[in-house]
Design a protein around this ligand. Structure first.
Ligand SMILES: [Fe+2]
Length: 195
């Protein structure tokens, strides 16, 4: 595998004022790249190093799994945001999927509630599960890649994701994510790939 994290899909100040440049500098440069540095130290020169990141996540445990999954989850999180994003999805397959979950307002309420209810660190996800949309939350580095579901969107609810912007207000962070950051084109691309 390639031991470099993917570049951010936007400049570090592109999500201002919703998400501070300082947040991206710490979260991407220190946390995300830190997981890759630890993963590299665990597997470089070993047979696992020849696997893709997804293969590694699906076949490992312990520290290798935790760091590999965190590398994947963070890239997925970055790609699911964009400047001036969020709000209800435009008409199309994604809007149909969201309508299947009760519509945009209900989705927003349920997505925020799932992320808020996740005790400690983890992620809240929109996934495709048996062909239908589903909201779920996962602890720590866990990812739907290992449970047969197709990830469509995620929000990182580790405190490092929101503390510089929202302090301890995780709900405020998740509402801002839904209203101003979600990249629905990314969700649509993942949905197309799953079919
Ligand atoms: Fe994170």
């Amino acid at each position: 595998m390639n031991f470099e994290v993917a570049p951010l899909p936007y400049a570090k100040d592109a999500l201002e004022p919703v998400m501070k440049q300082e947040t991206l500098e710490f979260h991407y440069e220190k946390h995300h790249k830190g997981y890759m540095t630890r993963l590299k130290s665990l597997i470089e020169g070993k047979p696992e190093a020849d696997k893709s990141l997804v293969e590694l996540i699906r076949s490992s445990s312990g520290g290798v799994f935790n760091n590999a999954a965190q590398v994947y989850n963070h890239t997925f999180y970055w790609d699911g945001m964009k400047p001036s994003g969020g709000g209800a999805p435009p008409a199309g397959d994604v809007a149909d999927l969201i309508n299947g979950l009760g519509g945009w307002e209900k989705f927003r309420t349920d997505f925020v509630a799932a992320g808020a209810a996740r005790f400690g660190s983890g992620y809240v996800w929109l996934v495709l599960d048996g062909g239908k949309g589903k909201i779920l939350d996962t602890p720590n580095a866990e990812t739907p890649l290992t449970t047969g579901q197709v990830p469509l969107l995620t929000a990182d609810v580790w405190e490092h994701a929101y503390y510089l912007d929202h302090r301890n207000n995780r709900i405020g962070f998740l509402e801002a994510f839904c209203d101003k950051l979600v990249n629905w084109e990314f969700v649509a691309k993942n949905l197309r790939s799953a079919k």
